[in-house]
Write a new protein. Structure first.
Length: 543
């Protein structure tokens, strides 16, 4: 029986088989040998095609065949999941151990996929959460504490997903641990006795250790100054496994510090990564590319640097729109689309707080997705509620670094601390001071001079409140904008095309008109015209 015919799950697997053909008699001998040592697991029904897949997977891990592993990881594994394990877990690692001669390195990698599948498709139990953490500890201990660099190579996509999933499971456990309602006594006892499981310190320690081991900071600094990264790589950093894990850990720390609410430190982590560099390492993996700009933009927004946040969100949304036809084939297509929707929501809020001309396509998408909410954001009576709704939808799922105090007898009766609600209140209180600015701006654009009392009557506030509001508008119209250097650096610049001054009781307004970008308008309409011509030609040919 041919492996290609048996698996029958798509062209990508066919390419794998044609590149590395497996003789039927050799494969049958391996299966027979494995079956003889798996009698104690006879109750576990593993389809024959899955056994062959695991053998083939194991062989390519041993051979460090990165190209085939990329195809296996992104194609074959996901197709087998849809066919056999869409609503149940993959075979237990102990059940497949005899198939791979109890290869602990492969089993650790398999467990990483096994628990990730449970998190994404099923509901993890507390035992799953603990065992997954222990497996990550085994994996990172093997990589970081072996004598010399380990002989292991994995695709960049998988390496990014390892870091990404490690942080996601930490985030998931932190929220799970804080919600004590409906937990059994056994679960509470386990949480109480295992306070170091998924601790904030252990997660940060892993990420910083990977950065230090790979010397990725030194490599990026050398590259930034025009040198060769290998000059500073060292024994470990010269290996792709360590280099990429260290690099992805920097992006991971950007995410973790945003989740913990330290937005300044989050941007500080990106000091040596050049976002405007076309061949930056994060661009090799689409999910990493999107994640980087999402958290950079969000950190800027929380630091009130709305112009920089708009620039970050606009850049990555243009990229997603241009590459949409490619990432639709990715297994992370839905995740990328969801992240894009969140960034459009954040962009709508930033544009309200800092009016800016957007790329024509982004502006069109924004109107299509959030036209109603954008209109409400400029209405003082509805704005706060809409700001809070959009923020809670689009913000990261914040976490608390510390768990509940299980020694407190009242801990079960106390409402859990919700970090998202906490940061929503912080953002809402900041926005409260700017809620009248869109209305104020709309009136100022109508006049070149205007009396203080007249404008106060339009806004239905007293003249003294108007003076305060004008000061707020003046301060908010100047922001620190990134020009060059690190992301935290910047120059104080005006972000508004509207300027004014108050002399006694008269407001003098000056508006600088920004010329329309005709290029985007012509390109968009040329594309529409070509679509119309294509439709007419198709109709004519059909007739």
């Amino acid at each position: 029986m041919n492996y290609e015919e048996e698996i029958d799950i798509g062209a990508e697997v066919d390419l794998v088989v044609s590149a590395y053909p497996v003789e039927d008699d050799v494969l049958e001998e391996e299966l027979l040998a494995a079956d003889q040592t798996t009698q104690q697991y006879q109750e576990v029904q593993i389809p024959e095609v899955v056994k062959k897949f695991i053998l083939y997977f194991h062989r390519n891990v041993l051979e460090n065949n990165v190209n085939e592993l990329h195809s296996i990881y992104e194609g074959s594994f996901n197709k087998l999941t849809e066919k056999f394990y869409a609503k149940e877990s993959w075979p237990d690692p102990e059940a497949i151990s005899p198939l791979v001669n109890d290869d602990q390195v492969f089993l650790t990698l398999y467990r990483e996929l096994y628990y990730r599948h449970i998190y994404s498709r099923l509901t993890p139990t507390i035992e799953h959460r603990f065992h997954s953490y222990e497996n990550y500890c085994d994996l990172f201990n093997y990589i970081l504490n072996s004598e010399g660099p380990v002989n292991l190579e994995l695709p960049n996509q998988w390496l990014w997903d390892i870091i990404d999933e490690f942080i996601y499971q930490f985030q998931s456990f932190s929220n799970y641990r804080n919600r004590l309602k409906n937990k059994t006594e056994e679960e509470l006892a386990l949480l109480r006795d295992n306070s170091q499981i998924w601790s904030c310190y252990s997660v940060l320690n892993v990420l910083y250790s990977l950065i230090q081991k790979s010397r990725i900071t030194e490599q990026l600094l050398v590259s930034k100054n025009g040198g060769d990264m290998l000059e500073a790589a060292g024994e470990y950093g010269s290996r792709p496994l360590y280099k990429m894990l260290g690099y992805f850990s920097i992006v991971g720390l950007l995410r973790v510090h945003c989740l913990l609410g330290d937005f300044t430190l989050a941007l500080k982590m990106m000091d040596n990564i050049e976002l405007n560099k076309k061949q930056a390492l994060f661009a090799r993996v689409t999910a990493c590319h999107v994640t980087t700009y999402y958290y950079v933009g969000f950190a800027y927004m929380m630091l009130r640097r709305y112009a920089d946040a708009i620039k970050a969100f606009s850049h990555i949304l243009v990229f997603i729109n241009r590459t949409k036809q490619y990432h639709t084939r990715s297994y992370q297509h839905d995740q990328i689309n969801k992240k894009a929707d969140q960034m459009y929501a954040l962009l709508a809020m930033c544009v309200t707080l800092c009016p800016t001309r957007l790329d024509e396509n982004i502006h069109s998408q924004l109107r299509e997705k959030y036209a109603e909410q954008s209109n409400k954001l400029s209405r003082p009576d509805e704005a706060i509620q809409v700001f809070e709704e959009l923020f809670q939808f689009a913000c990261p799922k914040f976490i608390s670094p510390n768990g509940p105090n299980f020694d407190d007898p009242e801990v079960l009766n106390r409402a859990p601390f919700e970090p998202i609600q906490h940061y929503t209140k912080i953002f809402s209180s900041d926005v409260q001071h700017s809620i009248l600015l869109p209305t104020l701006r709309s009136y100022l654009k109508l006049y070149s001079t205007m009396g203080n009392a007249k404008l106060a009557s339009f806004l239905d506030i007293d003249p003294q409140q108007l003076r305060t509001l004008l000061m707020v508008a003046k301060i908010r119209s100047r922001q620190t904008k990134w020009v060059e250097g690190t992301l935290l650096e910047g120059e104080l610049q005006s972000t508004s095309d509207l300027d004014f001054c108050l002399k006694e009781d008269m407001i003098h307004v000056s508006e600088s008109k920004v010329g329309r970008r005709y290029g985007d308008w012509f390109l968009r309409n040329i594309n529409k015209f070509q679509d119309i011509l294509g439709g007419l030609e198709l109709t004519a040919n059909t007739a």
